[in-house]
Design a protein around this ligand. Structure first.
Ligand code: DX5
Ligand code: ZN
Length: 230
């Protein structure tokens, strides 16, 4: 299943409700929420009060990307605020195994993210427990950057490992994802596309539909290739 996760960081914050409704009505299933602490990344974004408020305005699956040091401090509050998936950075957790368990015990799905310069092998021990692996395709902290090309190789490597080990985790890519390069990310093995600027700049509903069509086309291609093999 291929999923678009519009990243709210790319939205016009004076129009939050409208922008969320636009992507929801256009068929998006996830809403990607970037929480930044000004320590793990140089930027500060938003936190629990904003997430709790928009929870009341949306049925979307809240995909919370914690760009925060020691994110375990916020798991319970994020659950109360309405997170469905919490993704923490491997680089930000002293006890990643423990943190992933805590997220799942709190009834949410657990994702683990790696920065561009962190090798896929850093996740070897956690792959079986994670519901999602987020491969950062830019250095985290800011929207509107160009993707870093070598990160595509990491997505390919990760997909190969997950397939070999029969692990069903999702692979999310985040940063510089556009309608023009989405196909390449899917082809590399990602199945969740987080996209901020390219969804919210201009007509968010139209952009969402365009991304969803690409996902549908890609799924069709995959199915027909599978049928050829049978
Ligand atoms: C960046 C964030 C991204 C960001 C992506 O650190 O994690 O989710 O919103 O923005 P774009 O799609 O504009 O690169
Ligand atoms: Zn993100």
């Amino acid at each position: 299943m291929y999923i678009l996760a519009p990243s709210l960081l790319g939205a016009d914050f004076t129009l939050l409700r409208q922008q969320i409704l636009a992507v929801e009505e256009a068929g998006a299933e996830y809403l990607h929420l970037d929480v930044m602490d000004g320590r793990f990344v140089p930027n500060i974004s938003f936190g629990m009060p904003v997430i709790a408020s928009i929870r009341r305005a949306s049925e979307l699956i809240f995909d919370v990307h914690m760009m925060v040091r020691e994110p375990e401090r916020y798991i319970s509050d994020l659950g109360k605020a309405g997170a469905d998936i919490i993704t923490v950075h491997q680089e930000a957790c002293a006890h990643l195994d423990w943190t992933v368990r805590q997220i799942k015990e709190a009834g949410m799905k657990a994702g683990v993210a790696i920065n561009p310069a962190t090798p896929v092998s850093a996740l070897d021990c956690i792959l079986e427990q994670a519901d999602m692996i987020l491969v950062m395709t830019v250095n985290p902290g800011f929207g509107g950057q160009q993707r870093i090309l070598y990160t595509l190789d990491k997505v390919r490597e990760l997909r190969r490992i997950l397939d070999m080990q029969n692990i069903e985790a999702d692979i999310e890519v985040d940063g510089g994802v556009t309608a023009d390069n989405a196909w390449e990310f899917l082809d590399a093995g990602a199945n969740v596309l987080a996209a901020g600027t390219s969804v919210f700049k201009g007509d968010a509903g139209k952009n969402t539909r365009e991304f969803l069509n690409i996902c549908k086309e890609y799924e069709k291609k995959q199915k027909s290739e599978r049928n050829k093999c049978l």
